[in-house]
Design a protein around this ligand. Structure first.
Ligand code: UDP
Length: 408
């Protein structure tokens, strides 16, 4: 169960001035009704953010609600195709997919009443909803996916819906499609420093948490925490690990929960299991699907190095989380990762195709605790300034003020 923390609890982390500024921003939209809609309340970055953001918006005086679009497994299969297509994969977007996508949204609209002052739709799953309502308020499409080079036909189809929105929010300037005709704004995602996942736990508790999941600590841990998704490149991580273990003894942990809207996960998991069979049998590689925030937290806290070797990435909250815990991160030079990892200062950036280069960096960190310590301090400070949920809250307050005509 997600604990709801009052805004005051963030004071000791962000300081008085920042906290007061948030209250000032909220004053302009007290009592305004804002509705967030997305596809899942658990698993993945969007759900994480909404779990903290929605209560905080209420806490500062906005009437913020949150609804989940109701879909069948086939619907989520379809939206997974859409997600992949938006990220550039050559998908076959057949008519029956389109029909299911649209009819699910149409059905949802039949029993979903929207009388809010502003509607915020997250990601592609509920995007077509706008078509089924008589618009009485501004609608914002908050897209967490990279739109820079989507499947053309799919883009053309989705654009028909996107056009109806009043504003599109992207996580990075680079994600904008070249022909996006709608006003857009960049808002970087953020983590909640008070969520169970991001609070530092006593070392003893963290060690016990790993023990409960049968993760021994006799070797340094090289860990990637990500859905089993090809864009996260778990197979690449395995290849990097094979190079690293030639230089320095360590253990690889690949930890990934299975999101309700991610039916491809098990296929990738099974294929990894086959490819790493020997290393799994010897206990050097651990594949974990247990969905536990505490386990994620303990891994982020106690790993010697965290990898995020994504081929494509939205923002990469796993990077933010690990940096906040002071653990060195090696991440691909893609998506939002370079916003968080300043190469050689807060971690190392690598080319996702360069396994040798990545392995070299892992070995450097494992062998050089002083360097790891330096990364730990600078990384944490970078997150405190830029990527905490309180900054996101301030951005959303500005957004809603702007959309309903009371700009700050
Ligand atoms: N996550 C988790 N358990 C896992 C794997 C991931 O709780 O086994 C969380 C992770 O800590 C992060 C989110 O899911 O908060 C993933 O967000 P990110 O932006 O890294 O990637 P996304 O899944 O949204 O592409």
């Amino acid at each position: 169960m997600h604990k709801i923390n009052p805004i005051e609890d963030y004071r000791f982390i962000i300081g008085d001035e920042t906290l007061h500024r948030i209250h000032q921003k909220a004053r302009k939209i007290y009592g305004k009704k804002v509705l967030h809609i997305n596809a899942t309340y658990i698993g993945g970055g969007v759900a994480e953010i909404l779990n903290s953001l929605v209560p905080l918006m209420n806490d500062v005086g906005v009437n913020a609600g949150w609804r989940i679009v109701h879909g069948s497994p086939d619907f989520f299969n379809t939206t997974k195709h859409i997600h992949n297509g938006l990220q550039g994969e050559n998908i076959h977007f057949e008519d029956h997919f389109k029909e299911l996508y649209i009819s699910t949204n149409s059905n949802f609209s039949r029993y979903t009443h929207i009388h809010h002052d502003c509607v915020i739709i997250h990601d592609p799953q509920p995007l077509p909803l706008i078509h089924f309502f008589r618009k009485q308020q501004p609608w914002v499409w908050r897209c967490h996916v990279d739109l820079s080079s989507p499947h053309e036909e799919l883009w053309n189809f989705l654009q028909g819906y996107i056009l109806k929105y009043d504003k599109v929010i992207l996580s990075h300037e680079k994600y904008k499609h070249k022909s996006l005709p709608v006003d857009y704004k960049i808002i970087y995602p953020a983590i909640d420093p008070l969520s169970p996942k991001n609070m530092m736990m006593p070392r003893e508790q963290a060690l016990n948490t790993l023990q409960e999941s049968d993760i021994p600590m006799d070797l340094p841990l090289m860990t990637q925490i990500s859905r089993f998704d090809k864009w996260k490149d778990p197979e690449g991580v395995l290849e990097v690990y094979k190079l690293v273990r030639k230089e320095v003894p360590c253990r690889l942990v690949l930890c990934g929960n299975m999101a309700a809207d991610d039916p491809e996960g098990w296929k990738i998991f099974d294929s990894l299991k086959e490819k790493a069979a020997d290393l799994i049998a010897s206990g050097e590689v651990l594949l974990i699907t247990r969905d536990s925030m505490l386990l994620v937290s303990a891994l982020q806290q106690l790993s010697t190095v965290i990898l995020q070797k994504s081929i494509r990435e939205g923002f990469g909250l796993t990077v933010t989380e690990a940096l906040w815990k002071g653990t060195p991160v090696i991440g691909s030079n893609t998506g939002g990762i370079p916003l968080q990892i300043i190469d050689g200062e807060t971690g190392f950036l690598v080319d996702p195709a360069d396994y040798q280069g990545c392995a070299k960096r892992v070995v450097e960190i494992i062998k050089n605790p002083e360097m790891a310590q330096k990364f730990s301090e600078t990384g944490k400070e970078l997150v405190r300034k830029n990527f905490l949920i309180t900054r996101l809250l301030a951005d959303y307050l500005d957004l809603v003020s702007e959309m309903i005509g009371t700009p700050s």
